[in-house]
Write a protein that binds this ligand. Structure first.
Ligand SMILES: [Zn+2]
Ligand SMILES: [Zn+2]
Length: 516
């Protein structure tokens, strides 16, 4: 979902859409755009409705029925995601929707107004699909909690989400997480665009894009603080649990600003970390995680999140983002050498597609590798708490081989795998369902199992991750170097001139000694 929201904002931020040759409705722009929009919303709602009927039909309080219902709902979500992505692209690239909105009276003067109207059909389709799928989703989770409680012989704590709070939570967790920082960037673009004519007079239009770039970086750094308030959170109350978390953080040397309780009306069994630097880093644990999981399981989830921090995953994602921009920029440079150089809209669209491709395939793959590395950290994090283990455990068995092989504790791996499966079940996610950022639960559990018995494979994985990160770092340095080589000669002369400096550094020109 995040990917599609990022895509939506990328379309809004790119200029010149739709390219003339892709515009299917040159002769009837209004009727054409509206027909496509109404058609896409109806199709998505109809698909959601079908998924709703199929899911509810299988919920019969049996485990088999529950699993099949979860399968059907998950398939519905996937189909809807694809439909959203395709219809969004169609609306932005093949209909004159964007220029139609931008030409509306009054919208251009209000920051963000045109952008919000452009995204309205997308949000409408998404919101209606959520409304239709509310009942099967909540019922699936209620049943999951009841089945789990029956197995564990405990009392279940069902989610208490009304339709209103469900919609607000969905919007917060799936849209605002991306949209809040992105809107800040769109807002800055609104003002830098206003500055452009003035900058053009001094021949420094590129300064507008530099300001936009710098503020994007600042927004990215501050986004944990934005998200803390975009989501419903509060500091985790003092008590044994908080003390335990603090203890783990001390043990593994994890620094943070606050541990937050993340309120989801009992819907999400989840945890997260956000923030590049300790003063702006938050650790979030959801309400349902604390009410449904045992202490050792919560600790395993916490260890996984800590793994993301300790292995610098967020920072490497930042490097990846930078690299993807360089790749898109490089493609732009190459296009300037082709006959397409006169077609700005087409060039923008190609660069945007390359950027999207990098993220869809490259980021997805990298993220799945990082998830597995965080899993391994989670297992190692709970290992010191394991009291009794098997004799063939590389850590606790005899003779202990862990120090040499850096192997995994069998019992800790077991607890961790069980925790993953339990979270998937409680969240109503089928174990085999693919996931762009995380990979399927089955694949994660299988890999943990293989790493536990095959120390060589584990070492290979650790090496792969080491090289991956080194590669990202080297490519980022090389990319920056190339970017400077390409851009410096274009920017420097105009910059010196604008500052009143001659190019060869002989000092201010025409200011100290006015010649009029
Ligand atoms: Zn993770
Ligand atoms: Zn062990």
């Amino acid at each position: 979902m995040y990917f599609i929201v990022i895509m939506a904002f990328a379309f809004v931020l790119s200029e010149g859409l739709p390219p003339e040759q892709f515009n299917l409705f040159r002769h009837q722009p209004v009727a054409g755009a509206f027909a496509v929009i109404v058609g896409q919303i109806s199709m998505i709602v109809a698909t959601a409705w079908l998924g709703r009927l199929r899911t509810l039909a299988r919920l019969d309080h049996t485990i088999e029925g529950h699993e099949e219902a979860a399968d059907r709902l998950s398939a519905t979500h996937h189909v809807i995601l694809w439909m959203l992505a395709i219809t969004l692209t169609l609306t932005m690239v093949c209909t004159p929707w964007i220029p139609l909105v931008r030409r509306m009276d009054g919208l251009a003067r209000v920051p963000l107004a045109a952008e919000l109207v452009i995204l309205m059909p997308f949000f409408a389709a998404l919101g209606l699909a959520w409304i239709v799928l509310y009942e099967p989703e909540v019922r699936l989770r209620r049943e999951a909690r009841a089945l789990e409680a029956a197995q564990q012989q405990t009392v279940s704590e069902p989610p208490d989400s009304s339709l209103g709070s469900y919609l607000v939570d969905k919007f917060r967790h799936q849209v605002l997480i991306v949209a809040a920082p992105m809107s800040a960037i769109v807002l800055v673009k609104f003002f830098t665009n206003m500055l452009k004519p003035q900058l053009a007079r001094h021949r420094i239009e590129w300064l507008a894009d530099s300001i936009l770039g710098c503020t994007s970086v600042v927004v990215l750094f501050l986004s944990p603080v934005i998200l803390r308030y975009v989501w419903s959170t509060q500091p985790l109350p003092e008590g044994p649990l908080r003390e335990r978390f603090k203890g783990i953080c001390r043990r593994i040397g994890l620094k943070y600003r606050e541990i937050l309780l993340w309120r989801t009306h009992g819907m999400a069994v989840n945890a997260a970390v956000m923030g590049f630097v300790p003063p702006l880093r938050y650790i979030l644990v959801s309400d349902a995680l604390l009410t449904t999981m045992r202490d050792e399981e919560i600790e395993a989830v916490f260890g996984h999140e800590a793994g993301h921090v300790r292995h610098w995953h967020l920072h490497f994602f930042g490097l990846f983002a930078l690299l993807s921009m360089y790749v898109a920029g490089g493609v732009m440079e190459l296009l300037l050498l082709t006959p397409l150089r006169n077609d700005l809209a087409m060039m923008n669209l190609i660069a945007l597609s390359v950027l999207m491709g990098c993220w869809l395939f490259g980021f997805g793959w990298l993220s799945r590798k990082f998830e597995r590395q965080a899993d391994l950290f989670g297992i190692r994090c709970i290992t010191p708490d394991v009291q009794n283990c098997t004799t063939w455990c590389p850590v606790h068995g005899s003779p202990p081989a862990a120090v040499a092989s850096n192997g995994l504790c069998v019992s800790a791996a077991n607890i961790f795998g069980r925790t993953l499966l339990k979270i998937a079940d409680l969240n109503g996610i089928p174990r085999h369902a693919p996931s762009w950022r995380h990979g399927s639960i089955d694949s994660r559990c299988n890999l943990i199992e293989q790493f536990t018995v095959d120390a060589e494979r584990l070492r290979k994985f650790d090496r792969l991750l080491w090289w991956l990160k080194a590669g990202l770092l080297i490519l980022a340095v090389v990319g920056t170097f190339l970017a400077v080589i390409i851009w410096y000669p274009r920017i420097a002369p105009a910059l010196f001139e604008a500052l009143g400096w001659s190019r060869h550094g002989h000092g201010p020109r025409g200011r100290l000694f006015p010649t009029n």
